[in-house]
Design a protein around this ligand. Structure first.
Ligand code: NAP
Length: 256
């Protein structure tokens, strides 16, 4: 079904992005992905999925704190691939870049909050604009922004990310309204807490984990692979009349 098509995803070296890279490659989709610092891991993933699935894979360095550099990355992409069908804005910043953005309300600072906006909303916008130019040439495509239920459910320290996920979901609706005429659908996949490096960076990681298991009717934490099915669906004809939506995959934790 995906043979001959190409996915471009930001942040394919770890966590959710890596799971998506593997899921699409396993369906015969060619994959272009970005990394920030994990060049070696990126090369290992390329060698692994090319040999396992017989697809073409390439990786490019990208810093989402400089969203305009997406244009240079896409120029490299154009040298390697002749079509783009799917774009997933997935990468997220952590560590020093989110100081002042990740923490309790009284410690929030404009610089940290603005960094998260740049990495979440601005990076989605530039990445999706460049994707749309290429998708238009092949008659359409599917664009996805990864989001999180931290914009629906109070999550300690998560105000910066939660507000920016709400913003990117709104941006997804605007993009969907304007790109539909080009045959391009735009949606968000919003995950509940998923066991990845990003979550392990939470100072209260063990507590969050316990709370998720307690709240979920399915009595377990989310795994990166839990979000791949929604992405596959949104990139298939099964969702051909679906655009401007957010699909929530949260193990039932949002309602509890
Ligand atoms: N974990 C959760 O609970 C959860 C739940 C719902 C939604 N999400 C969303 O899902 C997405 C992926 O999250 P994750 O948990 O898989 O994250 P993760 O494990 O921390 O992986 C982050 C990815 O982003 C890349 N990256 C880091 N800093 C970057 C920068 N400055 N510029 C460009 N790329 C950078 C990393 O590349 P390197 O390996 O090279 O550093 C890595 O591939 C995010 O949008 C997140 O908000 C996460």
């Amino acid at each position: 079904m995906m043979t001959g098509k190409t996915l471009f995803i930001s942040g394919g070296t770890r966590g959710i992005g890596k799971a998506i890279v593997y899921a699409f490659a396993a369906q015969g989709c060619n994959v272009a992905f970005t990394y920030a610092s994990s060049a070696d891991t990126a090369n290992e993933i390329i060698a692994d999925i090319e040999s396992k699935y017989g697809i073409k894979a390439k990786a490019y360095m990208l810093n989402i704190l400089e969203p305009d550099t997406y244009k240079e990355v896409y120029a490299l992409f154009d040298q390697d691939f002749d079509r783009l069908d799917f774009f997933i804005s997935n990468a997220i910043i952590s560590g020093r870049a989110v100081v002042g953005g990740f923490g309790p309300f009284m410690r929030l600072k404009p610089k940290g909050l603005n960094n998260i906006y740049i990495a979440t909303v601005d990076a989605f916008v530039v990445g999706a604009q460049e994707a749309a130019k290429r998708m238009e040439k092949v008659g359409g495509g599917s664009i996805i922004s990864m989001s999180s239920t931290g914009n629906l459910v109070y999550t300690p320290n998560y105000a910066g990310h939660g507000t920016n996920k709400a913003a990117v979901e709104a941006m997804v609706r605007y993009a969907a309204a304007e790109l539909g005429e080009k045959g391009i659908r735009v949606n968000a996949v919003s995950g509940g807490p998923i066991d990845t490096d990003a979550l392990k960076a939470f100072p209260n990681y063990e507590e969050v984990k316990e709370e998720v298991v307690r709240r979920s009717p399915l009595s377990r934490m989310g795994e990166a692979e839990d979000l791949t099915g929604a992405c596959m669906f949104l990139c298939s004809d099964a969702s051909s009349w679906m655009t401007g939506q957010t699909v929530v995959i949260d193990g039932g934790t949002t309602f509890q």
